[in-house]
Each structure stands twice: as structure tokens, then as C-alpha cells.
Design a protein around this ligand. Structure first.
Ligand code: ADP
Ligand code: MG
Length: 217
């Protein structure tokens, strides 16, 4: 049996491990969500928190770029209503409030504890690169910074990560540290599966925006 952590539980564990997780506040009520939005600073994002809802957007459970209290209040009502419509049986714990981050490159970092290979870490550029081209690379955990570098270099999308003429690259040092950190994380905890999707990345920052962790029990 495996147990899925709620998003904020997964993010807290990753943050405790020193990984660069975007700010988040878990809020069981709408008033707490409004307070959290003030604390975090507008614009914010609201996301449904329910053990049964794994793909939040599919359930209408993600609202981006909320600019004030009124927008937070109506977004809260909307995500609650959509989630209930999507799965009337779902146990809804509340919402996560996060800062809204502008357009950045989206990456995916994953890891599994494979019965044959043991712990494995994976990286790829988000969107069509992963979904259509299956452009991902793997490393046996724990990986070193040099191995993380090789993983990035073996991606077809590497020119986007490194930067090409007229286009700034991403922060390779932080990206490599994240891959190494995740590979150490999966060796340290009884994790069956881990999925960071997306990780936002620019030339000067790396930030885990969504996290799913399945614990082995
Ligand atoms: P899920 O994968 O469960 O649908 P995500 O948390 O990944 O939920 O959110 C869905 C999408 O919304 C992300 O892939 C990303 O493009 C966007 N998104 C989520 N959180 C933020 C944020 N804080 N800032 C900007 N965009 C976000
Ligand atoms: Mg996601």
C-alpha cells in the first residue's frame, strides 16, 4: 500500500530537505485564504486540496493570477464547486495559496523507487517536450552534480536550457542542485514515487510549483 501526501505535506518535506519550493500556505477556510493572500502578496494562486483530486486543473481546482480579496473569495467558491462537481465523494480539506509566478520555463523533475534499478531520478522540459517527444533523461540515485549535468546535456531540449543565440538560458547550477537534492531525497525517505510538475525555471531562479509524493508503507 502506498500513501499519497497532500500537496502542502509534500512541499513541506521537500522544503525541510532544503529544496527550493515556492511559498505556500494551507487554508481550510475562505477567511484564512484571504489572510494568506495578504501575507503572501498579490497576485496569488488558489489550488484545491483533496486526497482524491490528484490532477487539480482537470477538476477546475486551480485559479491563477488573483489580484485582490474579491477575486480570492470568488475563486474559492469556484474551486470548491468545481471540485464537488468533479468528484462528489471527494473529501475537500481546503485550498493552498501560493504566489502567482509570471511566465517561465517549466520543467519536470521526477523520481521513482524502481524494483529493479532502485531509486531513479528523472528530468525533462515540461509541456510538449515530455508529453509528445518523451524527451526525458534518467539517473540512478543519488547522482552527483556532474551526473546531473550529463542528464541535462542528453536532453534534446538542452539548447533551451543552456540558452541559444538571443535567448537566455536557465540557471544550470540551481537546476543541477535540484536534481541532486531530489536524488538524495528519494534515497533518504521511503518514497515510492515523486513528481515535481512544474518546476519553474529562469536564468536566476528555480522553484518547485507543484509536488506529488507517494510514500511506501
Ligand atoms: P495540477 O498539475 O494538479 O493540475 P498545478 O499546481 O501543477 O496543478 O497547476 C496547474 C498549472 O497551473 C501548472 O502547470 C502551471 O502552469 C500553473 N500554475 C500553478 N501554480 C502556479 C503559480 N504559482 N504561478 C503561476 N502558474 C502556476
Ligand atoms: Mg502539476
Amino acid at each position: 500500500m502506498a500513501r499519497a501526501l497532500l500537496e502542502h505535506e509534500a512541499k513541506q518535506l521537500l522544503r525541510d530537505h532544503g529544496l527550493p519550493v515556492q511559498d505556500f500556505l494551507f487554508c481550510p477556510t475562505v477567511d484564512e485564504a484571504v489572510e494568506a493572500a495578504q501575507k503572501i502578496g498579490y497576485p496569488v494562486v488558489l489550488k484545491i486540496v483533496s486526497p482524491q483530486i490528484v490532477h487539480k486543473s482537470d477538476a477546475g481546482g486551480v485559479k491563477l493570477n488573483l489580484k485582490n480579496e474579491a477575486e480570492v473569495r470568488s475563486a474559492y467558491e469556484e474551486v470548491m464547486a468545481s471540485a464537488r462537481r468533479y468528484d462528489p465523494q471527494a473529501e475537500i480539506k481546503g485550498v493552498l495559496v501560493c504566489p502567482f509566478a509570471g511566465r517561465e520555463e517549466e520543467l519536470i523533475v521526477g523520481a521513482i523507487n524502481d524494483s529493479q534499478f532502485g531509486p531513479v531520478v528523472m528530468v525533462g522540459l515540461g509541456g510538449i517536450f515530455v508529453e509528445v517527444f518523451k524527451d526525458v533523461s534518467f539517473g540512478i540515485a543519488p547522482v552527483t552534480l556532474a551526473e546531473a549535468q550529463e542528464m541535462l546535456e542528453s536532453l534534446t531540449a538542452y539548447p533551451i536550457i543552456k540558452g541559444t543565440r538571443g535567448r537566455a538560458g536557465l540557471n544550470m547550477e540551481m537546476l543541477k542542485e535540484l536534481i541532486v537534492g531530489v536524488s538524495e531525497f528519494i534515497c533518504k525517505y521511503p518514497v515510492q514515487e515523486l513528481d515535481l510538475n512544474p518546476v519553474f525555471c529562469s536564468k536566476d531562479s528555480v522553484s518547485v510549483v507543484d509536488a506529488r509524493i507517494l510514500l511506501r508503507e
